[in-house]
Design a protein around this ligand. Structure first.
Ligand code: FAD
Ligand code: UDP
Length: 368
């Protein structure tokens, strides 16, 4: 008899498996894929280059709790991600910063002057409700068209006006020369990769892992007291309130017979090509190799669910599932798909740590 059956070996499931096992619980964790680590899975390709199977994963967080928790399972390699955008035939920093403006407009503005420049372009929007409002409010129509409209259409197959403000609000506007993609306190990559970190997290005598296993095939056979589910919540409930939409991506990998391919980890293509961005893994991993590996991302509607789509009508459907989830005894829902939230890795870790604490309080019988 297991205390917990956990569905999904990604961050959401693995953090809970580790916490619960550490607290003396017997855990069975399953994944329908043939590997652990969920969408953070990385591996060495046939040329020996470390790549991320489900697209580039860059770790960053402001949470000391999350960072120090993960430090139990990995050493870190400091890494600050930088992104260039291919716009008007030039490569310019994204997020838009002082250098971006000066390069695109052939100017030599100071930080103070660029504040006025952007204010003269910005279109005031009140209230700021959509992803279009966010960008027009900050930089105006011209830069919106150059950087956001086309990219967003490719990524989501929606106009920014059809998406919650939170989506484009992930990308700030800067008036200084800071060209880092993230400004979080902790920015680092697991030194030996994500999969290695997950292996350490899950290597506990109280954890049993089953891969290539859909939980539906074993849930009625293997006795367990409680279930933790980190897959898509609508699938769990057999789409009772209809399908929740997700975006998927085709990843097209190439290994090139050259040591370096591009200047920064990622180059975005906001207005050209069918792919949104190209990432060169060696920037992220720090690996030294005489070849290099890159990935193109082609967004699509069907396929593995990667991105919940933040917009009101989807949230309303999710709320119905959430209510159902709350009424389902002994089953917990967590993670990016389990709670239909556009969460980064660190947010998923924080969510699972919080759920563990909540479960500890709820549990009147056994000590955690
Ligand atoms: P997942 O990793 O999706 O794990 C869920 C697991 O459940 C999957 O392995 C799945 O196979 C399994 N599962 C589902 N249904 C079943 C079933 N019926 N039976 C058994 N198993 C099942 N975050 C960052 O912080 N930084 C980044 O740079 C970043 N880049 C990203 C780039 C891309 C292209 C994508 C798609 C995401 C990115 N993320 C990034 C987000 C990150 O991937 C997620 O926050 C995180 O992986 C979510 O973890 P999770 O455990 O909730 O879900
Ligand atoms: N975005 C954009 N142009 C860019 C970068 C981002 O329009 O050059 C928008 C787009 O809608 C994207 C969102 O901002 O989906 C969030 O970008 P982020 O890089 O955080 O996406 P992720 O890494 O999660 O795919």
């Amino acid at each position: 008899m297991y205390d917990f059956l956990i569905v999904g070996c990604g961050f959401a499931g693995s953090v809970l498996a580790e916490r619960l096992a550490n607290a003396g619980k017997k855990v069975l964790i399953v994944d329908k894929r043939d590997h652990i680590a969920g969408n953070a899975y990385d591996y060495y390709n046939k040329e020996g280059i470390l790549i991320h199977k489900y697209g580039p994963h860059i770790f960053h967080t402001n949470s000391e709790e999350v960072f120090s928790y993960l430090t139990n399972f990995t050493e870190w390699r400091p890494y600050e991600h930088r992104v260039l955008g291919s716009v008007d035939g030039q490569l310019v920093p994204i997020p838009i910063n002082l250098t971006t403006i000066n390069t695109l407009y052939g100017k030599n503005l100071t930080s103070d002057e660029v504040v006025d420049f952007l204010a003269s372009k910005a279109e005031q929007r009140k209230p700021v409700l959509t992803s279009e409002d966010v960008v027009l409010n900050a930089v105006g129509k011209e830069l919106y068209e150059k950087f956001f409209r086309g990219y967003t259409k490719k990524q989501w197959d929606l106009d920014p006006s059809e998406l919650d403000a939170s989506v484009t609000a992930r990308v700030p506007t800067r008036t200084n020369k800071d060209d880092r993609y993230f400004t979080d306190t902790f920015q680092a990559m697991p030194k030996n990769g994500y999969t290695d970190m997950f292996k350490k997290m899950l290597s506990h005598e109280n954890i049993h892992i089953m891969l290539n296993t859909n939980y539906k095939d074993i849930v009625d056979i293997i006795p367990h007291k409680k279930l933790i589910y980190t897959g898509p919540i609508d699938t769990y409930f057999d789409y009772r309130y209809g399908k929740l939409p997700y975006r998927s991506i085709d990843f097209h990998f190439e290994t090139l017979d050259t040591e370096n391919y591009q200047q920064t980890g990622t180059v975005n293509y906001p207005t050209s090509n069918l792919y949104t961005r190209i990432t060169e893994f060696k920037h992220l991993t720090g690996q030294v190799h005489h070849k290099t590996a890159i990935v193109y991302e082609y967004p699509k509607a069907e396929g593995d669910p990667y991105y919940p789509i933040p917009r009101k009508e989807n949230q309303e459907v999710y709320n119905q599932y959430k209510k159902l989830a709350e009424e389902t005894p002994d089953v917990y829902f967590t993670g990016r798909l389990g709670t239909y939230k556009y969460y980064n890795m660190d947010q998923v870790v924080a969510q699972s740590l919080a759920l563990f604490k909540k479960m500890t309080k709820e549990d009147d019988g056994t000590q955690y």
